[in-house]
Design a protein. Structure first.
Length: 493
């Protein structure tokens, strides 16, 4: 009796739990008995044949080429291969004198006619897989366009079954929010953030502590800001699931990651760390404690090496804050201007402005396809611009949804007025975290030239003051929001 190998296969582990493998094995055993063949070894695989690289299949081919058996029995042609490369390897076995049998196919693989019929059947099987893949991709893209995410939920969300939105994980979603908030402070590297989240109890679904790579994946996954992406085409879509952060915050996270070239750990929690830059090379000044004093120095090779003591930087901040303070007359003028501010009209004006910007962004997105078709843009440039426009549209939609929630009350404005009348004194008596908040919010450019400190007042702060002092009165809610954030920092400190 001729010794042969038996090969049985299903496309997935889930299929392997059924009766398909046993059914194939029974059919091959019956065929071997009828043809006076002996099965000396079985090869069982639970993997698709549409792609190359099947481990069990490759091991079997290797052993057959070494002469370990005289024949190979497979249940059907589509069980052997659904791609032309693996099919060619089966043909090579036949060319080397190894008999290839198909238990349920009445064809002679050694004859020209039988080989031709087998080739045609394999081509049909390969085309079936190809068409199935195309239809699957269409289905995935369709679900993404509808706002659904047809993949496994990322950490912080739960799967609710097919056709349903991902739900927030009540256990992990709050911790994921904390993760984003901590990184947005700019005080954490991936390493320190990983340590912090492990200490707070963030785990995988299996209950194991998360890895540093998981932290990196979370920070770069747009799903958390309400967007989804087709990994094959790069297209970005607006998801219907509840986001954990805003699109604006996600953009800030990407900016923070792009500028991370400072030391991963600092031994001391210095007051003005990462707040001042070198005026010559724009590098962040690094604080160092020496002989009881903190010095800020630029460590860029070849750059100016003068250092600035922390007391000198603080004194400059105090003086500049004094110049930013409002006089009693300024406050009275601005209070009178604000009382004439028509909040509903301003809200409607902002809403209309956002609608116009959203319509313009959508129009530019529609025109992109025309640019691609007429050759103005190549495919890579088209994909890049499309992604940016889709993110812009998502951000504008988010602003529209939140426009009513960003209202600024008269009480908020009064708090701001009182704050700005004694800003320097408040800074002098504030705790370190509050001092940092004041510096960050009041000054947009903070540099050390090697001789003196340059502090540029925040553009939005200056604009708000000038608008509220203008004869026309009022101001924009965008500028007020920055001022209210500063008020909040002082109060919480």
């Amino acid at each position: 009796m001729k010794p042969c190998y038996g090969y049985i296969r299903v496309s997935s582990q889930k299929q392997g739990e059924g009766v398909s493998l046993e059914a194939q094995k029974d059919a091959i055993t019956e065929f071997a008995s009828r043809e006076n063949l002996t099965i000396t070894k079985w090869f069982e695989e639970k993997e698709t044949a549409a792609k190359t690289g099947r481990r069990v299949f490759n091991d079997m081919i290797r052993e057959l080429k070494r002469g370990r058996a005289a024949g190979l029995i497979i249940h059907r042609i589509d069980r052997s291969a659904r791609n032309f490369l693996d099919w060619g390897r089966i043909g090579e076995l036949s060319d080397k004198g190894i008999d290839v049998y198909f238990a349920t196919e009445s064809l002679d693989f050694r004859s020209r006619g039988g080989r031709l019929v087998a080739d045609i059947q394999m081509a049909v099987a390969a085309d079936y897989c190809r068409n199935l893949s195309i239809e699957a991709r269409k289905g995935i893209n369709g679900r993404l366009k509808q706002g659904f995410y047809p993949f496994y939920a990322p950490l912080g969300y739960l799967n609710q079954g097919g056709g349903k939105l991902k739900a927030l994980d009540p256990l992990r979603a709050p911790l994921i929010r904390q993760l984003f908030d901590l990184f947005l402070t700019g005080e954490h590297s991936i390493r320190s953030l990983h340590q912090e989240m492990v200490s707070r109890g963030l785990t995988t679904r299996g209950g194991k502590p998360i890895s540093r790579r998981t932290i990196e994946n979370i920070l770069q996954n747009r799903f958390y800001c309400g967007l989804t992406q087709n990994g094959r085409t790069g297209e970005v879509f607006h998801g219907k699931h509840e986001p954990l952060i805003s699109v604006a915050d996600f953009d800030r996270i990407e900016a923070i990651k792009a500028g991370r070239y400072t030391k991963k750990k600092t031994k001391h929690d210095h007051l003005l760390r990462k707040l001042f830059r070198c005026a010559f090379c724009d590098s962040l000044l690094t604080p160092e404690r020496q002989k009881g004093h903190v010095y800020y120095r630029c460590h860029t090779m070849g750059c100016v090496k003068q250092t600035a003591r922390e007391e000198l930087l603080e004194a400059a901040v105090y003086r500049s804050l004094g110049q930013l303070q409002f006089t009693a007359e300024d406050v009275e003028t601005m209070r009178a201007r604000y009382e004439t501010w028509d909040m509903p009209a301003r809200l409607e004006e902002e809403r209309q402005n956002l609608d116009l910007r959203l319509a313009d962004a959508k129009d530019r997105l529609d025109r992109l396809t025309d640019f691609l078709l007429d050759g103005t843009l190549d495919r890579d440039a088209y994909a890049n611009r499309r992604e940016k426009l889709q993110i812009e549209i998502a951000s504008l939609k988010e602003d529209l949804r939140n426009v009513a929630d960003r209202n600024v009350s008269a009480e908020d404005i009064e708090k701001f007025f009182e704050l700005m009348k004694s800003l320097a004194a408040l800074y002098a008596s504030a705790k370190p975290p509050v001092k940092r908040g004041i510096v960050e919010n009041c000054f947009s450019n903070r540099t050390w030239t090697g001789e003196y400190v340059e502090l540029k007042p925040s553009d939005r702060l200056v604009r708000a003051r000038s608008e509220m002092l203008a004869p026309s009165g009022g101001g924009t809610r965008d500028t007020f929001r920055t001022l209210i954030e500063l008020t909040s920092i002082i109060e919480t400190g």
